[in-house]
Design a protein around this ligand. Structure first.
Ligand code: C6P
Length: 417
């Protein structure tokens, strides 16, 4: 036991070239150039272990869950529930019942807006978000406000992309019912001081939802340490399948919340007179769930645990520093998002060149970046720009790939000069 504990503390030397072997898609060539995949904030590539696990599920285990007494249904149910337990451990939730499977971050936020929102938020109440939220953490609250007569309050950020926290204190009052805030911004890269935000919010007895879509893959998440009341993320951003995501919620809150959708598996009994709801987490999982998604997500978590989140964080930070330095040396390039604490996301604009042109020319070089507003139009509005080019890095990217990005940008500048 002691030996095992000690082994777990030793960080395994990180070899990016060895890691790349685990991702078959990274061998792709694009118009004769080796692929450089810098669109990891949109979705990550999948290691072979995840791909094979999903294949095994369909070849050997496919069945519906929680419904059959037959052999395959028992296996599928066991594997599905083991995935839930693995997610619980991964984010250090206290109880398995606190892990709800959803389609992704977007559905998880909509679930809270519809369920927590319609249980606890009414006319004149207030919900606090920030200026750097993804549309998924704006629109569900606007819909709720339209329906209930509640109001949205928006914490602004400064020109480095750091939240102006003094404003938060000014907004908090007895009408505040929830703070819903992004942990790491997908368009600025800012890592928000969420633990501090939770502390401030809780001193006013206000619960906090953290949008972890861009933090879960870059750092160890411990929901008990963060103290948040809800934490949401998507499987496809942590090297797992699309169509699966997670809502973590504190058990006492989830228990008080009304169901989000009605259907099979979320009930205890149904009559035309009265329906009673199932226990957590099933109360929030109506209908046949994404079984292979959950099982694939478990394989992705196993893979990340094998590499080690500390190794990932350390390597990605090194890569971010390298890329920031290289991009900063390009004249006419302006980084958008220069917070002191950042995840491996570099948004930038080139003087007089539209980001879509940048993206198209980079694609000809085999370099995949995202261009546009990144579903954060208020962030673009803040900087009075229509769009940015965004390179988002992963632990399977290399410094040579960053150098290719720099060469690609220089080519773009040459074409337009
Ligand atoms: N951002 C990006 O390219 P879904 O689509 O439900 O898996 O995740 C939504 C979402 C919510 N919050 C944040 C902070 C996000 O970054 C995202 C997804 C992708 O930046 C696609 S728009």
């Amino acid at each position: 036991m002691k030996l095992q504990e000690n082994l777990e503390k030793v960080s395994i030397p990180f070899d990016v070239y060895k890691v790349r072997e685990d991702f078959p898609i990274l061998k792709t060539t694009v118009r004769g150039n080796p692929l450089v995949y810098f669109d990891n904030a949109a979705t990550t590539q999948k290691p072979i272990s995840v791909i094979e696990r999903i294949r095994k599920y369909y070849e050997q285990e496919n069945s519906n869950v929680h419904r059959g007494v037959h052999y395959l249904s028992e296996i599928a149910t066991k594997e599905f529930e083991a995935a839930r337990e693995q997610v619980r451990k991964f984010i250090n939730a206290e109880f398995k019942e606190e892990i709800i499977f959803t389609r992704g971050t977007t559905e998880a936020i909509n679930l809270v807006a519809n369920s927590f929102g319609k249980t606890f938020i009414g006319q004149g109440d207030e919900i606090i978000i920030s200026e750097m939220e993804h549309h998924s953490n704006i629109v569900p609250w606007q819909l709720l406000c339209e329906e209930t007569g509640a109001k949205l309050r928006v914490i602004p950020f400064d020109d480095n992309g750091e939240l102006i926290l003094d404003e938060l204190e000014k907004f908090l009052n007895e009408r505040t019912k929830l703070i819903s805030i992004v942990h790491v911004s997908n368009s600025l890269g800012t890592v928000n001081p969420v633990k501090k935000i939770v502390e401030i919010a809780h001193s006013y007895a206000v619960p906090v939802l953290l949008d972890g879509a861009q933090s879960i893959m870059h750092q160890k998440i411990d929901v008990q340490d963060l103290g948040c009341d809800f934490f949401v993320f998507s499987g496809h951003k942590i090297y797992g399948p699309t169509g699966i995501g997670v809502l973590y919620g504190k058990k006492d809150l989830l228990e008080k919340m009304r169901p989000y959708q009605g259907g099979g598996d979320m009930i205890k009994s149904v009559t035309f007179q009265k329906t009673t709801y199932n226990d957590l987490p099933y109360k929030f999982e109506a209908g046949t769930p994404n079984i292979e998604g959950a099982i694939g997500l478990r394989a992705a978590i196993d893979y990340l645990n094998e590499i080690g989140l500390e190794n990932i964080a350390q390597y990605e930070n090194e890569l971010l520093n390298y890329a920031t330095e290289k991009l900063s040396q390009i004249s006419n390039l302006k980084l958008i998002g220069t917070a002191k604490s950042k995840g491996p996301i570099l948004s930038f604009i080139l003087e007089n060149i539209h980001p879509h042109d940048v993206g198209t020319i980079l694609d000809y070089e085999g370099i995949a970046v995202r261009t546009g507003h990144h579903c954060t139009q208020p962030v673009m509005e803040h900087f009075k720009i229509p769009a940015t080019t965004r390179a988002s890095l992963s632990f399977y990217n290399t410094k040579e790939e960053v150098d290719r990005l720099v060469q690609g940008i220089q080519k773009v500048i040459k074409v337009f000069s």
